[in-house]
Design a protein around this ligand. Sequence first.
Ligand SMILES: Cc1cc2nc3c(=O)[nH]c(=O)nc-3n(C[C@H](O)[C@H](O)[C@H](O)COP(=O)(O)O)c2cc1C
Ligand SMILES: [Mn+2]
Length: 504
Amino acid sequence: MPYDTLQDFLAALGQRGELKRIAAPVSPILEIAEIADRVSKSPARDGHNPLEGSNFSGCVPPPQGTLNQALLFEHVAGSDMPLAINAFGSYARMHLALGCENFDALAAKLGELTRPEMPVGLLNKLKKGVDFLRLGNLAPKIRATGACQEIVHTDDADLNALPIIQCWPDDGGRYITFGQVITEHPETHARNMGMYRVQVFDKQRTAMHWHMHHDGARHFRAWQALGKPCPLAITLGGESVLPYAATAPLPPGIDEHMFAGFLMGRPLELVPCKTIPLAVPANCEIIIEGWVDPRETVLEGPFGDHTGFYSLADHYPVFRVTAISHRRNCVYPTTIVGKPPQEDYYLGKATERVFLPLLKLLIPDILDYDLPLFGAFHNCAFIKIQKQYPYHARKVMNAVWGAGQMAWTKMLVVVDEQVDVHSLNDVLFHVAANVDPARDTQIVQGPLDILDHAAPYCGAGSKIGIDATKKWPGEGVVRDWPAEIVMDEKTRSRVTGRWKEYGF
Ligand SMILES: Cc1cc2nc3c(=O)[nH]c(=O)nc-3n(C[C@H](O)[C@H](O)[C@H](O)COP(=O)(O)O)c2cc1C
Ligand SMILES: [Mn+2]
């Protein structure tokens, strides 16, 4: 079962040796980030480390014996609140947070909701998923009071009371990095929860860095069109599924709180905010309420991002705080992003697995896919298909470039069904061996991830598809295509059976 509160989740991590409490006083400026970075690049308790010992340049190898654990800093300079970081930064911890044995089990559960019985239109299929979530009575419920409002500050609300960190040396300042940001559409009242970074300028003023493609920004544009300020709540902590739900690439109009209810197996309980017309999860640690100005912008950034580079400063809307409420003894959750793997790698891997059934619903040709560590989500994806006709891989590329947040993927590699799409070596082996660059690549123009600093324009540029499948006649000039080397089964089993006999 997922956990009802962040503190229940941290306690469960403690019981499993997955949490390190740090009593030594630390600075929120860079020091916590450097500790968390080293810890996130260390092997987990089960020995798992996606880096396999080969660090990216610029990272300090963690000292021997360091474990990848959640960290609870009990004494952060300048704040009374303890700070949790890296709580979701391993497979084991993500499985606990989502209450699943593994992501595939969760994917199967989601797949149940979306199984297409009949070839109906795409919209109907998606709608069916939504209706099912509704039918399951998992829409959030509003109640009068909640622990997240044990203490309420309005006029005296001060962001400086929170242990907000600066992550990297050239960052524009301190950022709230793990907030679940809630907005509502002014007309449809559809609720949205997305995770967006929040740069803090003073005790009641921040920026709101939502990318133009994301639902929060879409809601804001609708308020802006009416010339009205957009009510917004930054929620921190709460049910252990919330940070994941906030990052999940749900289609616009689907409330991530309902998805969180699906993950919890019960409706989420919300409480009305104190100063804005929104409701927030009752079990959160901290709620920051306020309004986004429809006109005013501020220079936001730079910010050391999950691409491993700084995202450049740019203008984003201004958020003014009207209230901060919190539990009497609250814990402030945060995260850092940077060269992988960080905590967000595991959130992303959960999405990769959990959303495979939905991606297959949109693009049935896809057998499996992988978002490789080095690709930082939107830079690269490997896709596996069972090729059935000439240019089948091209068809799939074009479909992926039209599919939800997968559309921002800059580099796509398509491989045949026998390739292990989760093995970097196996994929690159087939790219190197099977590709004639002139014949087997295509470059298209389109929207890109806002964080892609190599793109000629912010959020717009080119993408490349690499067809690493076996080539068929009809795909350009194709000579006789050789078979891949594989030993016959008879010899294999004979050698396996006699292995000890050989003296190994
Ligand atoms: C740690 C972390 C930080 C993120 N920061 C941002 C951000 O600052 N701005 C943004 O638009 N998306 C950010 N994202 C990605 C969004 O949360 C994600 O794409 C989400 O699906 C958007 O939801 P929406 O479409 O409902 O807005 C971040 C994701 C993670 C895991
Ligand atoms: Mn959304």
